[in-house]
Design a protein around this ligand. Structure first.
Ligand code: GLA
Length: 352
């Protein structure tokens, strides 16, 4: 069984240039790319000021454009998955008139970044501008992981991010004998968007009950000792986060010394904790993980991202990838798609 091969940057760039020329009658003056990401470990820890360990993917979004002088912004998407309409035009925001989120939804990310970009001096970094855009224009109270890895990812490395200090360190991940397999369950339950803010609130409530600024400040013993100050559910949510932050630190250390077995064990612990304590997995993701774990050469596997559908990430010997894909598909009740990616670079300006 073959993994899905995403379009190469050159192909996407050519397509974007073609669409731009057709729409605006001139060549674009600027082209940039930004990668997707997969989180290896450290799930639902970023908004608790914890640690995360994602890597950037070779899968990218391309944007081309040119400046204009009439105060307007014209946007066009060529994505087949975007909602209608494909194009829209609006005036640049001013002090008196802000942009507002609306339809089409795909444009909200772009509008949000345009709206918040002038604040970038006040709020430290470009990643935070993009996070703000996601909060106020896409309506997701996300952490900072996605934006930071998209900016700072480096080829051949995962990135350990401390979401409290925003310090980052690169963790080498380029052993040719090792592969990272992303398996898309191709399901997305509607709970994904409604449960995320609930989890975030529950975590904040537990931290507050313990008199701490965030769960990052809480040790497992303190959580155990304060158990009666919170609901049973709140306790389990916090137990996931506190344990996951520790697993992420241990995972980064294990990966740095090439101890894939130890890393794999931590991935599996992470999955079970997300399934049982944090309750953001679903039967499809559990099936994919169990199927992966039964393949020789697999070090570990877990759900990745927000949960309730989406993808799993599996660390395995490169030579086992083909068998793993075959076996996972055989065991899975749905239709999975597979993607093997090296750790790639973050956002960059492309030459035209
Ligand atoms: C989503 C959010 C991230 C992070 C993950 C869970 O992907 O965008 O900020 O919270 O969920 O780890």
């Amino acid at each position: 069984m073959a993994a899905w091969r995403p379009p190469q940057v050159e192909e996407l760039l050519a397509e974007a240039r073609r669409a731009f020329l057709e729409e605006f009658g001139a060549e674009p003056e600027l082209a940039v790319s930004a990668p997707g990401r997969v989180n290896l470990i450290g799930e639902h820890t970023d908004y608790n000021q914890g640690l995360v360990l994602p890597m950037a993917l070779e899968l990218v979004t391309i944007l081309v454009g040119s400046p204009r002088t009439d105060g307007l912004v014209s946007l066009l998407t060529t994505s087949k998955n975007a909602d209608e309409p494909q194009r829209l035009q609006f005036p640049l925001p001013t002090a008196q008139r802000s942009l507002e989120p609306g339809i089409p939804q795909w444009a909200n990310y772009v509008k949000g970044v345009i709206q918040h970009y002038p604040d970038s001096g006040a709020i430290a970094a470009r990643a935070q501008v993009c996070q703000r855009a996601e909060h106020s224009f896409a309506g997701v109270p996300c952490g900072i992981m996605d934006q930071l890895i998209a900016l700072l990812g480096q080829k051949g490395h995962a990135l350990l991010i401390d979401c409290r200090s925003l310090e980052t360190s690169l963790v080498p991940l380029s052993d040719p004998k090792l592969a990272v397999l992303i398996t898309n369950s191709n399901v997305r339950h509607s709970l994904a968007s409604s449960e995320y803010p609930i989890r975030r609130r529950q975590c904040e409530e537990v931290a507050q009950a313990l008199g701490k600024e965030s769960l990052r400040e809480v040790r497992l013993e303190e959580l155990e000792a304060g158990r009666e100050l919170m609901s049973k559910e709140g306790f389990r949510r916090a137990r996931h986060v506190v344990g996951e932050i520790r697993r992420t630190a241990q995972g980064a250390a294990a990966l740095s010394r090439g101890d894939y077995r130890a890393f794999g064990r931590l991935m599996v612990e992470s999955h079970y904790s997300l399934r049982d304590d944090y309750e953001v997995s679903c039967p499809e993701l559990d099936q994919l993980v169990e199927a992966a774990l039964s393949v020789p050469g697999v070090y570990g596997s877990r759900m990745t991202g927000g949960g309730f559908g989406g993808c799993t990430v599996t660390l395995l010997e490169a030579s086992a990838a083909s068998l793993a894909m075959h076996h996972i598909q055989e065991q899975y009740s749905g239709t999975a798609s597979f993607y093997l990616s090296q750790a790639a670079d973050g956002a960059q300006v492309l030459s035209l």
